[in-house]
Design a protein around this ligand. Structure first.
Ligand code: NAG
Ligand code: NAG
Ligand code: NAG
Ligand code: NAG
Ligand code: NAG
Ligand code: NAG
Length: 377
């Protein structure tokens, strides 16, 4: 029992003992420990494999090999060409003078660990060990459900991911503010505002992959209506008052004429609700329609109102239009004023005797223009 200590039994010790028992090695044959300079216990580079893939375990042989085996921890998978493992994923690939190769298909995390190839030569045993590392792409396994909260509530989102190596996490609010800089499983949003509503993305990343999942947060808040803009309408024309409310959930609207509720379709007034906007539409504004109108937007969290004044606009008549036209010409240069201003006047004097005066005035105009022309030259 000089090979293995009484108290500490290493895996190598187990392997060697198993091997000796298995092939009933001659008792006199020396079995060397790890520290022995003459032993040949090689540690190969780690093999990294993705979950689900196939791993090949290769062990060099030699011309004087008598027995050889591949072990998973202390259990034998293959002894020579005899399969000891009952696992159908394990199979022999090559057993020759040069190498002894087995493969494990559809590798899982439980397969991770030390695999040992034990070789018995005519003189002494030899082991080659290899560590198989199984990598697992990230998978988000526990994510908060979509949420509906009131503005001001403290919100906590949870995102837990599995994978090997351990994935790193990040949280992002998809537009407009973007990256939230949190790399925790738990995202704390104290006193949430409406601007923080939206789609939250949790991303789990490791060396071999990425998983992304989203949580939707709806933030409810009481309506706020934009200030009403007074509207001027001419008698007999169409008129529209527009009330816009920002609210979540969407507000319902009520319209009032002073204290009286206005119902859709009465008194030539229609109410049209278009989501955030409600329109109060007059098809033919009458004298009695002028006045104050109040719009109230209501949802489960509250209400907001604004008042509009519908006022009368006097439409310009044909005579006022004519006046405006002639006065607008006064803006011309002084030398030309006389000539042009006389034009509309002559047209207005539309009686039969005017023809002579008209002709006379026209001649006068031509004469004045001629004089002006001479003076300039
Ligand atoms: C092989 O993997 C083991 C376990 O993860 C680790 O302790 C050891 O350092 C690795 N060896 C090499 C050479 O990477
Ligand atoms: C290796 O041993 C571990 C632990 O006993 C076991 O879970 C795993 O399935 C084994 N893998 C193979 C390929 O035998
Ligand atoms: C998910 O997270 C919640 C909150 O921490 C916890 O109560 C629950 O057990 C977790 N579920 C799983 C499957 O890990
Ligand atoms: C508008 O109402 C007035 C008074 O009731 C009526 O005389 C007029 O014809 C109406 N105009 C239209 C376009 O319906
Ligand atoms: C409309 O409301 C304003 C402010 O409350 C008030 O000053 C005004 O007299 C009202 N107009 C009418 C026509 O009721
Ligand atoms: C309109 O809003 C004001 C506060 O902005 C409130 O005092 C008033 O009671 C509201 N009116 C109605 C009819 O809801």
């Amino acid at each position: 029992m000089g090979v293995c200590g009484y108290l500490t039994v290493s895996w190598k010790c187990l392997v060697v003992l198993t091997f000796r028992l298995l092939f009933l090695l001659p008792a006199g044959l020396p079995v060397r420990s790890q520290g022995d300079s003459q032993s040949d216990n090689k540690v190969m580079e780690n093999i990294t494999v993705r979950q689900g893939e196939t791993v090949f375990l290769t062990c060099p042989q030699g011309d004087v090999v008598t027995h050889t085996a591949w072990l998973n921890r202390s259990s034998i998978l293959y002894a020579g060409e005899d399969k000891w493992s009952v696992d159908p994923r394990v199979s022999l690939v090559t057993l020759s003078q040069e190498e002894f190769t087995i493969k494990i298909e559809n590798v899982d995390t439980s397969d991770e660990g030390q695999y040992v190839c034990a070789v018995q030569t005519s003189s002494r045993p030899r082991t080659t060990s290899v560590h198989v590392l199984v990598l697992v792409p990230p998978k988000i396994i526990n994510l908060s459900k979509d949420l509906v909260v009131n503005e001001g509530a403290d919100v906590t989102l949870m995102c837990q991911a599995g994978g090997k190596p351990e994935p790193s996490l990040s949280w992002k609010l998809i537009s407009p503010s973007g990256d939230l800089g949190s790399e925790e499983e738990v995202l704390e949003i104290p006193s949430i505002t409406r601007q923080k509503a939206g789609t939250y993305e949790c991303t789990a990343v490791n060396d071999i992959g990425t998983d992304v999942q989203t949580v939707e947060i709806t933030v409810n808040y009481a309506p706020s209506v934009s200030e009403g803009r007074d509207v001027g309408v001419t008698l007999g024309q169409k008129g529209v008052l527009e009330c816009e409310a920002d609210a979540m959930p969407e507000a319902s609207f009520e319209w009032y004429r002073d204290d009286r509720r206005i119902l859709n379709g009465f008194d030539g007034i229609d109410i049209e609700d278009l989501g955030q906007i409600s329109k109060l539409m007059f098809f033919n504004v009458s004298e009695s329609d002028y006045g104050n109108f109040t719009c109230i937007a209501i949802n489960t969290l509250g209400s907001s109102n604004t008042t509009f004044l519908l006022y009368e606009v006097i439409e310009p008549t044909s005579s006022t239009l004519l006046q405006e036209e002639s006065t607008s010409h006064l803006a011309l240069t002084s030398s030309e004023t006389f000539a042009i201003q006389s034009g509309p006047r002559t047209v207005q004097d539309g009686n039969s005797g005017a023809l002579g005066i008209h002709t006379h005035t026209s001649n006068c105009v031509v004469f004045v223009l001629f004089l002006l022309f001479l003076l300039r030259v």
